[in-house]
Design a protein around this ligand. Structure first.
Ligand code: ADP
Ligand code: ASP
Ligand code: MG
Length: 633
C-alpha cells in the first residue's frame, strides 16, 4: 500500500492539483493577519452586526488584514432544522445542508453591508466561493482543503473579507455543513491556511471558564489553557469551542483568543502546553448530561473479540465515547461503552447482534447517565487527584458507575440526576472557584508554533489516496513494560468505595496511571488500576486494608500499548484499527482506556514487542526511536 506522509514540519502539505493548502514556510507568514469569528448571539440583530463590524474595522485600521467568519444569527440554525422536521423527519441530509447553510449566508451579506456602511470596503463569500472543499458526509463533513487565492486577492485590495462559517462544498459541488458549532472550525482552519497570527473567537462569554458558567455560576475565567486540555474539555462537554477547531489549532499551531463580543477585556488564550502552565493539578471540568451506557456481558476473553464488537459499531457510524473493559474472570470479561443518548436505539440494535456474533452472554444498558470529567495537564505529576474526586463524590452520596482515565483527565459516569450536582462538587473539590489571575497575563504574547505537527502520518484509509486537512493524524505509538495492574474484585457498589481505595494508595505515595472501573451488576463492581511494577505489592498491601483479604490481585504480566494523535475520538475508526491490528496478531486485550489524544490498551507482557511492531505498521509509522519504549527494570 502506498504511504502518504504529511511533512508538516515546514507547514508543507502534499501538493494536490487545484488546491493551495499550506505551502509556505512559517517564516514567510504574512505579518498582521487576523481571523475574527463571531458566533450566533454576537450577530443576532442589526445593532450587534454593526458592533461586530466596528470591531473588525478597528483591527483593519490598526493595519491588520482581517478575515471575519460569521455564524447564523441567533437561533436560526435550530429554527431551520425544526422547520425541516415539520416536513420530513429525519430530513434528507443533502437538502438539510442546503437549508441550514443559508443561515450563515444571511449573516455574511449583512456583515459585509455593515462594514461598507461604516465606510470600509468589504466582500462576503460563501464556503463554496472560497473553495472550502469537504468530504461528502452531509451534516458532519470534514474539511479537505481551502483555496486561499480569492481571499488573498480581496485582502490585498484592502477589503475586509467576510466568510460564511460552518459550510463548504464537496467534490461534486454539493453544499455540506461541518456539524453543529462548526463555524469555530471554519475560522481556525482559515487561520491555519492563511497563517494568521491568531484566531479570535468572539462569543457571549468573556473566555473559557473552569466549567460552564451557566451551570456553575462560581466558575472562573482561565487566562490560558493548552490545546490538549481544551481538546479534552471540548469533547467532554464544554460547548464553548467546537472540538474539531482545537484539533486544527493544535495541528497547525494557531493561537486562539476566546473573548467577549460585548467588551474589550482580555479573554482566554488557547495555546501550546509550554505557554499554558498552571499551578494546580486540575484546570477545568465538564459535564455531558445525556449519555447512555451499554455493557456487553460475559464476553469471551480471547483475541479479536473486542475488535469484532467495535468494528460493527463503527460500521454503523455510531460514535463511541468511553470504552471500559476490565479484568477477565473465569475466561469472561465485561465491556462497557457509552454513546450519546440519541444514538442509543441504534447502538443497542448493533450491540445486540454483535454480542451474539462474539458469543457474549447478553447486553445490559442504562439510558440515563451523565459523564463528569476533570481535566488538567498538572495531573501528569500530581498524585491523589483521583482520590480527591472520588472522595468528594462519595461524601455527597453520589455513586460512580464507571471510571476511565487518561494522562490529563478522569471521567466518571453517574446517574443522570446526579450529573449537575457531581459537576459542582468536582469544581469545588479542586478549589476551581478561587481567583488566580496572573498579573502578567495582560502582556501575554502567544507564539505561533513553528512546527507543531512534525512528521505526522495520515492513517485514514481514505487519506491514503487523498489526504485532507482534517484527517486523523497519528503521531506516536508507545510501549510501556514498567507497569503492573492491581485489581480489586467484588468491591461493594456503594458511594465512597473507590475513594477509600485511592486514599490508601495516595497515602502510600504510589502514583497511579490508568484507572478502570466497569459498571457493577448488582451489588459489586471491579476496580483495576496500573502502578509502577516496583510499587505494585506496596499498593496491593495498602488496598488490602480496605477490602477483605484475598480480593486484591496483582498482575505483572502486562504491557501497555498507546496510540497518540490528533482527532482520536472524532475519527471513529482509530479504535477499530488498533484492536484489529492486535487481533490479527492474536494478541489479547486485557484493559482499555480512551481519551481525546490517546488510546491505551493493556496486553500480556510477552506480546508487547509484537504489539508495538504491528501498531507501527497499522498506523504507517517509521521504525522506532529508542525513546518511545520503556522497559521493566
Ligand atoms: P457561539 O454562538 O458564540 O459559538 P456557543 O453557545 O457555541 O457560542 O458557546 C458559548 C457558550 O458555551 C457559553 O454561553 C457557555 O454557556 C458555554 N460554555 C460551556 N462550557 C464553557 C466553558 N468551560 N467556558 C465558557 N463557556 C462555556
Ligand atoms: N450555525 C451553526 C450552528 O448553529 C454553526 C455555528 O454556529 O457554529 O451549529
Ligand atoms: Mg459555538
Amino acid at each position: 500500500m502506498s504511504q502518504m506522509v504529511f511533512h508538516l514540519d515546514n507547514l508543507q502539505l502534499s501538493q494536490r492539483s487545484g488546491g493551495s493548502r499550506l505551502r509556505q514556510c512559517p517564516g514567510t507568514a504574512t505579518v498582521g493577519l487576523l481571523v475574527q469569528k463571531f458566533g450566533g448571539t454576537s450577530v443576532a440583530d442589526s445593532n450587534k452586526i454593526l458592533a461586530a463590524a466596528r470591531r473588525a474595522i478597528r483591527a483593519h485600521q490598526a493595519g491588520e488584514k482581517v478575515v471575519v467568519v460569521v455564524s447564523a444569527r441567533g437561533h436560526t440554525t435550530d429554527e431551520l432544522i425544526d422547520l425541516a422536521k415539520e416536513i420530513s423527519d429525519p430530513p434528507p441530509a443533502r437538502e438539510l445542508d442546503m437549508l441550514i447553510s443559508t443561515g450563515e449566508q444571511v449573516s455574511v451579506a449583512l456583515m459585509a453591508m455593515a462594514v461598507q456602511a461604516l465606510g470600509v470596503p468589504a466582500i462576503s463569500f460563501t464556503g463554496a466561493q472560497i473553495g472550502l472543499v469537504t468530504d461528502s458526509f452531509h451534516t458532519r463533513a470534514r474539511i479537505r482543503e481551502i483555496a486561499t487565492d480569492r481571499i488573498r486577492q480581496a485582502l490585498d485590495s484592502g477589503q475586509i473579507v467576510i466568510v460564511a462559517g460552518f459550510q463548504g462544498i464537496d467534490a461534486n459541488a454539493n453544499i455540506t455543513t461541518l456539524g453543529r458549532g462548526g463555524s469555530d472550525t471554519t475560522a481556525v482552519a482559515l487561520a491555519a491556511v492563511l497563517q494568521a497570527d491568531a484566531c479570535e473567537i468572539f462569543t457571549d462569554v468573556d473566555g473559557v471558564y473552569t466549567t460552564d458558567p451557566r451551570v456553575v455560576p462560581e466558575a472562573r475565567k482561565l487566562d490560558r489553557i493548552s490545546y490538549d486540555e481544551m481538546l479534552e474539555l471540548a469533547s467532554l462537554g464544554a460547548g464553548v469551542m467546537h472540538s474539531r477547531s482545537i484539533e486544527f489549532a493544535k495541528k497547525y499551531g494557531v493561537p486562539i483568543h476566546v473573548r467577549s463580543s460585548f467588551s474589550d477585556s482580555n479573554g482566554t488564550w488557547i495555546v501550546g502546553a509550554d505557554d499554558a502552565r498552571h499551578a494546580g493539578s486540575v484546570t477545568g471540568c465538564a459535564l455531558v448530561k445525556d449519555e447512555a451506557r451499554i455493557t456487553v456481558l460475559g464476553v469471551p476473553d480471547r483475541p479479536g473479540v473486542v475488535h469484532e464488537l467495535f468494528r460493527r459499531i463503527a460500521q454503523a457510524k455510531i460514535v463511541v465515547d468511553m470504552i471500559v473493559q476490565n479484568v477477565a474472570f473465569q475466561g469472561q470479561t465485561e465491556v462497557s461503552f457509552t454513546v450519546s443518548a440519541e444514538d442509543l436505539p441504534n447502538a443497542l440494535e448493533v450491540a445486540q447482534i454483535a454480542a451474539q456474533a462474539i458469543g457474549a452472554a447478553g447486553i445490559d444498558h442504562d439510558a440515563h447517565v451523565s459523564k463528569v470529567s476533570i481535566v488538567g495537564q498538572g495531573m501528569r505529576v500530581h498524585t491523589g487527584v483521583a482520590f480527591s474526586l472520588f472522595k468528594a463524590l462519595g461524601e455527597a452520596g453520589i455513586n460512580i458507575d464507571m471510571i476511565t482515565t487518561s494522562e490529563i483527565k478522569i471521567s466518571v459516569l453517574v446517574a443522570k440526576a446526579a450529573g449537575v450536582p457531581a459537576l459542582r462538587i468536582a469544581h469545588k473539590s479542586f478549589g476551581l472557584e478561587q481567583p488566580c489571575t496572573d498579573p502578567t497575563h495582560a502582556h501575554f504574547k502567544p507564539r505561533r508554533l513553528a512546527s507543531p505537527a512534525r512528521g505526522l502520518v495520515s492513517s485514514d484509509e481514505e487519506a491514503m489516496t487523498s489526504p485532507g486537512m482534517e484527517d486523523l493524524v497519528i503521531t506516536d505509538v508507545e510501549l510501556d513494560m514498567t507497569q503492573s495492574r492491581v485489581t480489586v474484585q467484588n468491591l461493594p457498589n456503594t458511594p465512597g468505595q473507590s475513594a477509600h481505595v485511592f486514599e490508601l494508595i495516595a497515602n502510600a505515595g504510589v502514583f497511579v496511571d490508568m484507572i478502570v472501573q466497569n459498571t457493577g451488576r448488582g451489588t459489586h463492581t471491579n476496580l483495576s488500576f496500573t502502578v509502577p511494577r516496583t510499587e505494585a505489592e506496596q499498593a496491593a498491601a495498602a488496598v488490602r486494608q480496605a477490602v477483605p483479604q484475598g480480593q486484591v490481585v496483582v498482575d505483572s504480566d502486562l504491557a501497555k500499548l498507546s496510540v497518540t494523535g490528533v482527532g482520536m475520538r472524532t475519527h471513529t475508526g482509530v479504535a477499530t484499527r488498533m484492536f484489529g491490528a492486535l487481533a490479527d496478531r492474536n494478541i489479547n486485550i486485557a484493559m482499555i482506556s480512551t481519551s481525546e489524544v490517546r488510546l491505551n490498551v493493556i496486553t500480556p507482557h510477552g506480546a508487547g514487542q509484537a504489539g508495538i511492531a504491528c501498531l507501527r505498521q497499522a498506523f504507517h509509522l517509521p521504525e522506532p526511536d529508542s525513546s518511545t519504549s520503556r522497559s521493566a527494570t
